[in-house]
Unconditional design. Structure first.
Length: 97
């Protein structure tokens, strides 16, 4: 028997796949977007940029920005009854409406 891979991107073949016209690198302006504390942001993982990716379980979640850590942002995300703190690079965030 072969042991299953325990990598950070395991079982994400369809979740992190892009459509044919979206392939390649994303716009560079996404990394320059500023988020202020208390602002809501959606976590949308960009598969073309592996650095600063949160865990795949946070894909599609909405959180509140509580601070910065280096070039990344700290988000408070509700998972069930628990509040989790997630470190996310700005390339994987979108401003919530």
């Amino acid at each position: 028997m072969v042991r299953a891979s325990k990598g950070t991107r395991r079982r994400t073949r369809h979740k992190f796949s892009k459509k044919a016209r979206e392939r390649g690198l994303s716009p560079i302006t996404r990394s320059f977007v500023e988020y202020s504390e208390g602002e809501k942001a959606n976590i949308v993982i960009d598969p073309s940029i592996q650095k600063g990716q949160p865990h795949s379980r946070f894909h599609g979640q909405t959180g509140t920005v509580i601070g910065t850590q280096g070039g990344a942002y700290l988000l408070k995300v509700r998972m069930g009854n628990a509040m989790k703190t997630v470190v996310v690079s700005p390339e994987h965030l979108r401003k919530s409406r």
